[in-house]
Design a binder for this molecule. Sequence first.
Ligand code: UTP
Length: 291
Amino acid sequence: MKRIRKAIFPVAGLGTRFLPATKAMPKEMLTVVDRPLIQHVVDEARQAGIEHLIFITGRNKGVIEDHFDFQYELEDTLSERGKKGELDALSRDLPGPGTTSFTRQQKPLGLGHAVWCARELVGNEPFALLLPDVLVQNERGCLAQMIDAYSALNTASNIIAVEEVAPELVHQYGVVGVGKTEGKTFQITSMVEKPKREDAPSNLSITGRYILQPEIFDILATQPKGAGGEIQLTDAMLTLSKSQQFHGLKFDGRSFDCGSKIGFLTANIAYALKRKDLAPALRDELKGLLG
Ligand code: UTP
């Protein structure tokens, strides 16, 4: 089995769509039920066997580093009060010593630039990239499914998680073209950012989870600014696709775009409805609200 040991979490964006909530608090610390977005995504990476978590942070993001550290006062107090359940949960969530790294993207110049900031920490090996504002709800996480697909390929390919979107919405997404297909995995023949409906090669959108080969870093190093004046990861992937294969994986599960308010609110309800301690009461409340 081919291993993917390291994962990048870009958390340096400004989160402008959630202002004023994100004025002093990182978007990635907004909670879906009782876990911050970034914790949900780290859970997914750890379930997939990732050993080293690399966070690309920026100003005002220090609380993310604190979140993944031991909190003496809190844990002492919980222990004094005999709150064993809470203590055990905190210790299960705590990444092991030396398994996290934090580096700063000094200016939010775009996702491609954020990924490039991790080049020294990743080195010369394939890595996973998880966008913390996308949650995928499924018992076997999206990244674990991608690593299974990666292991099954006999080439050192790049893998992108994709899912179907309504054809009238393709203009909002990065969309891929579909080549030779085996089960849920297929060769990507083209990638287009936000195409018109009539120009879209399919209705399969790129969904915030990637396994990439380290050659992407050399491309990002000289990648000019693209759409929105930002250094775009998709542009660099397009260049890499001229010399390396890209595969798409139609993963099992449902994604939530928690970078948008509707996606975030829906995720809160969907995740709460999966919880035995919350679902019955929430269902009643929702029925009452919807009248
Ligand atoms: P988004 O574009 O969704 O996040 O980037 P944003 O820019 O923070 O949000 P809005 O659009 O202003 O509301 C996806 C992920 O990439 C990170 C973000 O933190 C987010 O987790 N990102 C984005 C960076 O780390 N650096 C960047 O320059 C841009």
